[in-house]
Ligand binder design. Structure first.
Ligand code: ZN
Ligand code: ZN
Length: 364
């Protein structure tokens, strides 16, 4: 945590921000360790304060030892009054705030209450950019979430039958995750059978999985706040020729991306490693989403591995980033195939963190 605060203070210095107010839950947790649902961090070059209400004061003291906890009381000593107090103590005239997380209404109330005394400066991605690079403590937890996810998909898919519905399969996965020690699923589990598999974010329903057709399963366990994300496409029975053509195209696209990921590669160039191959195979317009996304305390965070506008650019990959690699091909009326693994960018390439088995051409 101290290292994270140090990195944030360096970033604040670069932007000439004397103080920042952090309210987004994942950013708050990342910097302080505090897991409660309400609270604000105030960070200056010398102080680290955690403002929260009476429900969380004890918990905050236990979870965030690097922060001094101050209670917010509504009415009495609400947030704006607390900020003015702190500004007075520290001689501050400006506060950075998270423009992408504070609502327009919230900002208006705050700005009105501190008008003439404090300037609120919008910031974007200050903490999110730090979170893109995982430290050792985070990687240890993520490896556990990923290993559990791998075990769950393997044991549950071995038990699936064609007459199980999508919803039953999703429940079996959720149960196995919780029994394995997960806090819960990282996101609503996707099980999409037959033509439903053409919808990348299908909600599981009463459709049976069926035989001899693709079933896309996208799931991940959440462990100690960190998320895993894995997709496997399976077939109960005998896949047909068309399935293998589509499946092997997606698999090779993924393998090409894995072989090419390395520090310095721009995020949109990473996307192109898989996209160009899928397009050359004639399925370009059937791969409608980006190749991958960063993941950690949030299921979707930076970097975003996706195409840019013509002439556009994106940020380079860096060691310590964890990203999904999830090419897919979706054919309306038939179904779809997506294969997703998580990879850690290393100093000279990437390490695939997911180890769940997948179908290979040799299974034909
Ligand atoms: Zn996924
Ligand atoms: Zn994903």
């Amino acid at each position: 945590m101290l290292q994270r605060l140090k990195l944030l203070r360096t970033a604040m210095n670069e932007q000439s921000l004397p103080a920042v107010l952090i309210g987004a839950a994942s950013n708050r947790r990342y910097l302080s360790g505090f897991t409660g649902s309400a609270g604000w961090l105030v960070i200056t070059q010398t102080e680290a304060l955690l403002l929260t209400d009476s429900r969380y004061v004890i918990q905050a003291g236990q979870e965030a030892p690097a922060f001094s906890v101050r209670q917010i009381v509504n009415p009495g000593q609400p947030l704006p009054q607390r900020l003015l107090e702190i500004a007075g103590e520290q001689g501050l005239k400006q506060f950075g705030f998270e423009a992408t997380h504070v609502s327009v209404a919230e900002h208006a109330r705050l700005a009105e209450a501190v008008e003439g005394q404090l300037e609120l400066v919008p910031t974007e991605g200050l903490v999110e950019r730090l979170r893109e690079i995982k430290d050792e403590a985070e990687l240890t937890v993520m490896r556990r979430a990923i290993a559990l996810t791998d075990r769950v998909i393997e044991t549950v898919t071995a038990r699936l039958q064609p007459d199980h519905t999508e919803r039953q399969a999703a429940w079996m996965i959720e149960q196995a995750m919780r029994e394995g020690g997960a806090e819960g699923p990282a996101f609503p589990i996707i099980v999409a059978a037959g033509p439903n598999a053409a919808l990348p974010h299908h909600h599981p329903g009463n459709e049976p999985l069926g035989a001899n057709r693709p079933v896309v399963i996208d799931m991940g366990a959440r462990v100690d706040g960190y998320n895993a994300d894995l997709t496997r496409t399976i077939v109960l029975g005998e896949p047909d020729e068309r399935f293998w053509t589509v499946y092997n195209t997606v698999l090779e696209a993924q393998q090409r991306a894995i072989a090419g990921l390395r520090p310095g590669l721009l995020a949109h160039e990473a996307d192109a490693l898989a996209r160009d191959f899928i397009a050359a195979a004639g399925y370009g317009e059937h791969f409608g989403h980006g190749l991958g996304h960063g993941i950690g305390l949030d299921v979707h965070e930076g970097p975003a591995l996706r195409w840019t506008q013509p002439g556009g650019t994106s940020a380079p990959l860096q060691p310590g980033m964890v990203t999904s690699i999830e090419p897919g091909i979706y054919l309306e009326g038939w179904g779809g195939v997506r294969i997703e693994d998580l990879a850690l960018i290393t100093p000279d390439g990437c390490e695939v963190l997911s180890a769940a088995p997948k179908l290979h051409e040799k299974n034909r």
